[in-house]
Design a protein around this ligand. Structure first.
Ligand SMILES: Nc1ncnc2c1ncn2[C@@H]1O[C@H](COP(=O)(O)OP(=O)(O)OP(=O)(O)O)[C@@H](O)[C@H]1O
Ligand SMILES: [Mg+2]
Length: 494
């Protein structure tokens, strides 16, 4: 199978066999060609050369519809929901063709309930899909692929926006699909997940197949080495020996509340410090940080950034005070897909009073030439359209944008989702260096390993409140889980 886009070769003639009834994981660096391979199988892209053979018969899909008709379901890396339609409509979208309107509502609802129960997902079927949080939108996509009753299901990073228990739930669903004799192709950057669930693992690198072998014989280190072409030293930089208790606060929050979301939040991030926020999906973390940067208005409380008092009315105001955020998802925030990397990185800065708006293109190229490798992007792609980058590389563009002018305080919401392991280590290094240069860094993460490895201090949120703090050596997965899951009863008696 071969596929190129203009001058860029995404797949160089790959031979691969996927057995009926197996779970087959695809792993590889950002831009390795995983999504392209998935899209060729799903009829989204037509290959330049090569032959797709399905159950012994050569097939030539001219559209996604043709692949669906052949029993293939594809969950794209980019979300594909219709925002103003209900969850139930999204799940059964395109399924019965135009006849959907003719299916009695009650029957559809019963079908939905059965599907959701089987998957173990609890998503309100009547809600407009666009109003859901990202993790729930991802569940809608998973339910849709299950509703199609497909024989081969391709999942392109379905867990990138799912946290903890939901991600585990998805692994159980994959297991169930296998026991029903279905075939699953699973693309993931979580190598532990790949090792846990796969029968076979295929490693792609630069559009070529490195190897395809039984999961039994694979290890995380071995996979990393084949993906990157080198071994990876330690994933995390050293943390501070002791917390900088006397350093000035970069970001200070007092008594911040928003009805129904979070209550009376106090927090301080000092210059030089990396602070994490842990919690389950729904704990109020994203709502909190979106309020800090002016995307939502608090009912009460104060936000201060190195002498500038908020709360800030908009991200622009927050940015002028020195506070910026890399948002949770590249899927729906702020990247202009039809513009170049250069434009996307410099875009929000040109509007503000910025050094960079006055400099020449050549100087921009110099500045970006230094910054792009720091976030793990090839500087040769400076004038590529963002829409032509792989999913993980788009996330790195987001990072570059907010690090271009070193902020006083940087918030990163789930910063490494969808980013390959090599680049992830690079981003951790970068976040630490931003703190070393005197900024305060606040990270929201559902990946406890990431918080344990990176943060000097972790705050734990539950149902809209900060319920605990761990410092230095206290930060480990056991302590985090205890605080995240502590019983409501204990909270009341306290
Ligand atoms: N529509 C497109 N136009 C131009 N180039 C593209 C397009 N889609 C993908 N590419 C290029 O093809 C190569 C493979 O991309 P692909 O999306 O398959 O990577 P991936 O392995 O899925 O990466 P990630 O882990 O970041 O999702 C990349 O160099 C990418 O820039
Ligand atoms: Mg991809």
């Amino acid at each position: 199978m071969a596929k190129h886009f203009g001058g860029a070769v995404a797949l160089h003639g790959i031979d691969l066999t996927i057995e009926q009834g197996e779970v087959h994981c695809l792993v590889g660096e950002n831009g390795a060609g995983k999504s392209t391979l998935g899209k060729v199988i799903a009829g989204v892209h037509r290959p330049d050369a090569g032959q797709l053979i399905l159950r012994g018969e050569p097939v030539d899909f001219r559209s996604p519809r043709a692949s669906i008709a052949a029993g293939i379901a594809f969950i794209a890396q980019e979300l594909a929901i219709v925002p103003d339609r209900s969850v139930i409509e999204n799940v059964f979208l395109g399924q019965a063709g135009r006849a959907l309107d003719l299916v009695p509502r009650r029957r559809l609802r019963a079908k939905y309930d059965a599907l959701a129960a089987k998957a173990g997902f609890d998503v309100d079927p009547a809600a407009p899909a666009g109003s859901l949080r990202l993790a729930d939108q991802q569940k809608v996509e998973i339910l849709r692929s299950l509703a199609r009753d497909a024989d081969l299901i391709i999942m392109d990073e379905p867990t990138a926006s799912l946290a903890g228990s939901d991600a585990d739930q998805l692994l159980r669903i994959i297991d169930d699909l296998r026991s029903e004799g279905r075939t699953v192709v699973f693309v993931t950057h979580f190598l532990a997940d790949a090792l846990a669930v796969a029968d076979r693992i295929t490693v792609l690198k630069d559009g070529r197949l490195v190897r395809s072998s039984p999961a039994d014989g694979e290890t995380a280190d071995g996979l990393v080495e084949s993906m990157l072409g080198r071994s990876l030293g330690s994933m995390f930089p050293d943390r501070l020996d002791s917390p900088p208790v006397t350093a000035d606060p970069a970001l200070e929050v007092t008594g911040l509340s928003r009805d129904g979301e979070f209550h009376d939040v106090d927090l301080k991030v000092r210059r030089g410090e990396v602070v994490g926020i842990a919690g389950l999906v729904g704990a109020g973390r994203t709502e909190l940080v979106e309020t800090l940067v002016g995307l939502r208005r608090p009912r009460a409380g104060n936000v201060t950034v190195a002498g500038h008092s908020g709360p800030f009315r908009s991200p622009r105001h927050a940015q002028q005070a020195g506070l910026v955020m890399v948002p949770e998802s590249r899927k729906d925030h702020g990247l202009v897909l039809g513009r170049t990397v250069r434009e996307n990185v410099t875009l929000p800065h040109l509007a503000s009073v910025s050094r960079l708006s006055f400099v020449s293109k050549a100087r921009q190229t110099d500045v970006l030439g230094e910054l792009l490798p720091q976030v793990g992007l090839d500087p040769a792609r400076i004038d590529s359209l963002v829409g032509e980058l792989s999913g993980g590389n788009q996330q790195k563009v987001m990072f570059a944008r907010w690090l271009l002018e070193r902020p006083t305080a940087l918030i990163a919401d789930e910063p490494t989702r969808g980013v390959d392991v090599g680049a992830r280590a690079g981003l951790y290094e970068l976040l630490r260096s931003v703190a070393d240069e005197g900024a305060g860094v606040l990270i929201v993460s559902s990946d406890n390993e990431e918080l344990v490895g990176l943060a000097d201090r972790v705050l734990v949120m539950r149902t809209g409140r900060v319920v605990g703090e761990l410092v230095g050596d206290e930060i480990d997965e056991d302590h985090l889980l205890q605080l995240m899951f502590a019983e409501e009863a204990r909270e009341e008696s306290a």
